[in-house]
Design a protein around this ligand. Sequence first.
Ligand code: AVJ
Length: 318
Amino acid sequence: MTKNNTFLKDVLDGLSQPSKYISSHYFYDQAGDQLFQQIMEMPEYYLTDSELEIFREQSDAIIQSFGLNKNEEFELIELGAGDGKKTQHLLKALLDAGYSFSYCPVDISSNSLNTITSRMQGLFPSLEIEPKQGDYFHVLDDLFISNKPKVILFIGSNLGNMNDELATTFLEKVAQNLKPGEKLLLGLDLLKSKEIVLPAYSDAAGITSKFNLNLLKRINSELGGDFIIENFEHAPEYTEEEGIAKSFLKSKIKQTVYISELNQSFDFDKNEVIHTEISRKYNDEILQNVIEDSNLKISHKFLDSKNYFADYILTKDE
Ligand code: AVJ
């Protein structure tokens, strides 16, 4: 199935449910990538600053925790590479310490992949870079062809977009590909108060709102939808009990939307929502639950000074 057909099918499935749902996966077209870059600049979006601090201040300790042999070449694979602003600190520390390795960024967006590749090439001319475009769920199997030792990076709280069941399946799949002793560096946003989490998903400048509404624009331009963007609003939620930030697009009025590629209309009641995203917040116990059956063990944990965010080192069982 072509990419657009998958989008079409998922929109049909999602809007046909009693509780409407479209995956946050579809946020990231070119405009969505740019909006996410802007979100990361927002003062309320603490995740990036917190994890950046960990990489800036603790890269040497992180590298120690990898337990690598300097004489053996390894592969550093980054799933969902994004813009590389955090990873560049780790790469610099590895190069300064004299490790020999290749860097393999993986991203669904070829846009992001080009940006990160030229950024890293510019910063580290001697670094061997092997970018790979694709959905990290699906390219996993292709990534483990060589026999070199691997370190996997999955940072930025990207796992948070998966529900616990999917996160479990995903980490099991990563673990299956690792050899005993190999590591996954997993960056997760931690459980914390609503006063801190909710504003991160509803910044005052309205960028997160635009980011969510961009999904409707995408349906309009790619699938021939006639969504009137002003008739919807971004509605985020977070409860400390559940520890999951959720995003919804809420219909401000009773309305009908037509999608020409589907030749079908969809009715919305006033205040009816499309659920678009979850961002799970973690602690050790929740992570432990998710990796329970995966042969991965928590071996190290690096925190920022505010204890907002954690980069966990998970080691495959010997
Ligand atoms: C890229 C998945 C980490 O969930 O915090 C930011 C995406 N959504 N604001 C997150 C996002 C709304 C982000 N991740």
